[in-house]
Design a protein around this ligand. Structure first.
Ligand code: ARG
Length: 699
């Protein structure tokens, strides 16, 4: 039909299943028949010969998988990117393929030694658009895609493979003539599926069922309107023929035992890249990154953000610092299929500290026309210090917190930008929209420090019990420093502090001036007061650890008593409440805020049941904090985390690792988590502080 298509194949004279480097090979070692393999391969060869010119590369003994020429490299025009096999079992094939390409006059690019990429097995040109689909996740490394884009001058769309059975892109993905796509969606992660759906219109997508996927229906050779395949179900054959394709089945059972079929056994050497102008919505932007990009893992995060957001990238420049303490700088071209995807990706990149290349652009503003409501594409703030560009000047955003909008007002003394919750926006203000003219500052110096061994325990992360003592030492030292320099420590505490016998330790911290504000809910106060008045916590005797007769009423009696006094402070003043955490707070003028919730009993007169008010009280008490100690309260700790800017140290102690992970996973090295019993933690902390001050024994 067409004589322009040339295909490279390799005869199976040395083919064998000799090792297992994919799930298909497992259990099939030495179970394939050479004769049958030869026969099947010959039949494929004969079929393809009718449609294409077949080239042959000499098979080599000891390299049984060399038959799978799709993995030789990736060809586009007269350029080849030679494969770098992930498994040593196939690395010996590389020089033979390289020789063949060079002998044919191709310009051969070699990837860095430790950067796996498995050629056309993991990289397929779209037959409709001008881009290359590239797979990663099992064999090829995502980082190799940047080289492909650069060397082949092509847009690369990275797809993440998630099913081990479909370890190469060509096992589950097959672009067809006229922009059709045969593929098995479950082999890809959600983002990749979204990317595919964004690029390939629904009427061109042919999603196959698992039954077809496992007989390698996607691993077919497509030449014009012909699809050559190991096997296809009747329904698949029908849907292909409805779209004008004729299917030729040629059994490849012996090769399936090695995890390959028709497409794997071929490499199209006449792959071209039509540079025809095309109407497209594709957008690109150049971003700059600076800092300890490698040590902090920032480059990975940035590239991953782009890919998982549905875009693609090209690293234009990457200057590594020469010395260990030098910073690096990178320039990355970000491409996205349309403006919406681009805006979404850019928003996330800004949060990672990237600056959009168009340095001159100012932040875009939209007037607030309805109080408490922003324009739809408002920029959502993060915990990181942020600046916006207004009339060519970078100005700092005040009251930094996450999940707000940036409200801008022009005053006689200049422009003021402030983080505000949506509900607080006023008519007359403007909000920042889009992603231009915004930058966030990440302290990559501290990230760098955190990455080095000696500082790592104070770096972000979750410490398990083994390291509790080490962390306690550090926190005790920190508390001392803050107290002595007149700094501020805020404690967020849940009722577990009381149940686990932690209150006497917390009392001591308050008495000794280590606590400057207490945040909690109704429960901590109720249980603390119950314990103080009746010696029980939720009816359990705290001395003996047993339930007390009638104890289930104790917490209600405690609430009732305080209600009679009018407030906790009154109860202290009247001599009704004479010990406990709340008592110490009142006695030592430590302000507290108790935020109410739907499940509260009572509540105590002090509990703030207006949640918007409670959030405001919390925010006021957090202001200026140096350290926030979060003691076993998921609800209140997360609430506090949401309103705290980066730069404030947060220590989260909880027996539930999920809470600790959630809190310390702010991408900020200032937050650390300790998974342990909070009572035990507090006792160790007080013990350590006593050691530091020379006071032994808890009073
Ligand atoms: N046994 C080979 C491997 O695991 C099979 C390669 C199949 N090739 C392909 N393009 N999918 O590497």
């Amino acid at each position: 039909m067409t004589d322009t298509v040339r295909i490279l194949m390799c005869a199976p004279h040395h083919y064998e299943v000799d090792y297992a480097i994919n799930p298909w090979m497992e259990g099939n070692i030495h179970r394939s028949s050479r004769d049958l393999a030869e026969a099947e391969w010959n039949q494929l060869y004969q079929v393809l010969k009718t449609y294409a010119q077949i080239e042959l590369v000499e098979p080599q003994p000891g390299w049984p998988d060399m038959v799978f020429t799709a993995n030789a490299g990736l060809i586009l025009g007269d350029t080849v990117v030679l494969s770098r096999f992930f498994h040593p079992e196939r690395q010996g094939e590389e020089p033979y393929f390289q020789q063949w390409f060079e002998a044919q006059g191709y310009k051969v690019h070699l990837l860095p030694k430790s950067l796996p990429f498995e050629g056309a097995g993991d990289a397929l040109m779209d037959r409709g658009g001008q881009w290359l689909w590239a797979g990663y996740g099992f064999r090829s490394e995502l980082d190799s895609h940047a080289y492909l884009a650069d060397w082949l001058d092509v847009e690369v769309l990275s797809l993440r493979l998630v099913d081990r059975r479909f370890y190469h892109l060509d096992t589950c993905f097959c672009p067809l003539t006229d922009g059709y796509l045969l593929y098995y969606p479950p082999a890809f992660d959600t983002y990749s599926n979204r990317l595919i759906e964004l690029r390939v219109p629904a009427e061109k997508r042919i999603a196959i069922a698992e039954a077809d996927a496992v007989t390698f229906a996607c691993n077919s050779v497509n030449i014009d309107r012909v699809v050559v395949v190991n096997k296809a179900s009747d329904s698949l054959k029908k849907s292909l023929s409805e779209r004008g394709f004729s299917v030729i089945e040629t059994p490849l059972t012996e090769f399936l035992k090695a995890g390959g079929a028709a497409k794997c056994l071929t490499l199209k050497v006449t792959e071209t890249h039509h540079q025809s102008p095309q109407l497209s919505t594709i957008q690109s932007r150049v971003i700059q990154l600076e800092g300890h990009l490698l040590d902090s893992g920032l480059v990975n995060r940035v590239l991953d953000t782009i890919v998982s957001g549905g875009g693609s990238f090209q690293v234009l420049n990457f200057n590594l610092g020469a010395q260990r303490l030098d910073t690096s700088a990178a320039e990355v071209k970000v491409s996205a299929p349309d403006g919406v995807v681009m805006a979404d990706i850019m928003g996330q990149l800004i949060d990672l500290g990237a600056v959009s290349g168009e340095v001159s652009s100012d932040a875009k503003l939209a007037a607030v026309t309805q109080a408490g409501v922003a324009e739809d594409d408002f920029y959502a703030t993060t915990i990181y210090p942020t600046e916006i560009s207004v009339a060519g000047q970078w100005i700092e955003v005040q009251a930094q917190r996450m999940d707000g909008a940036i409200a801008v007002t022009h005053t006689p003394t200049g422009t003021v930008a402030r983080c505000k919750l949506l509900r607080d926006l006023q008519v007359g203000e403007s909000v920042v929209i889009g992603s231009e003219g915004i930058r966030t500052k990440r302290n990559t110096t501290t990230l760098k420090k955190a990455a080095t061994e000696e500082f790592s325990f104070m770096g972000a992360g979750v410490s398990s019990e083994r390291r509790v003592e080490l962390v306690v030492e550090q926190i005790a030292w920190e508390l001392r420093q803050i107290r002595d320099r007149g700094g501020k420590v805020v404690v967020v505490a849940g009722p577990v502090v009381i149940h686990t016998g932690g209150s006497k330790h917390l009392n001591q911290l308050i008495r000794e001036g280590y606590v400057h504000a207490l945040l909690g809910g109704n429960a901590i106060a109720v249980h603390d007061i119950e314990q103080s008045l009746m010696g029980t916590s939720l009816g359990v005797d705290m001395q003996r650890g047993v339930s007390v007769h009638g104890g289930h009423r104790h917490h209600l009696k405690a609430i009732n008593t305080i209600r009679r006094c009018g407030s906790i402070a009154n109860a202290v003043e009247q001599g009704v409440l004479r010990s406990g955490v709340m008592y110490e707070c009142v006695k030592h003028n430590v302000p507290f805020s108790l935020a109410g919730s739907i499940r509260d009993d009572g509540p105590l007169p002090d509990t703030q049941m207006n949640l918007v008010e409670a959030q405001a009280e919390y925010a006021r008490l957090i202001e200026g904090a140096d350290l926030i100690l979060m003691l076993s309260s998921m609800l209140h700790s997360i609430g506090v985390g949401n309103m705290t800017p980066a730069g404030v140290k947060m220590v989260c102690i909880d027996i539930n690792p999920a809470v600790v992970t959630k809190l310390s996973d702010r991408g900020s090295i200032e937050s650390i988590g300790v998974v342990t019993d909070v009572g035990l933690f507090l006792s160790l902390l007080v013990q350590q502080l006593n050691k530091l001050t020379g006071t032994y024994g808890v009073s």
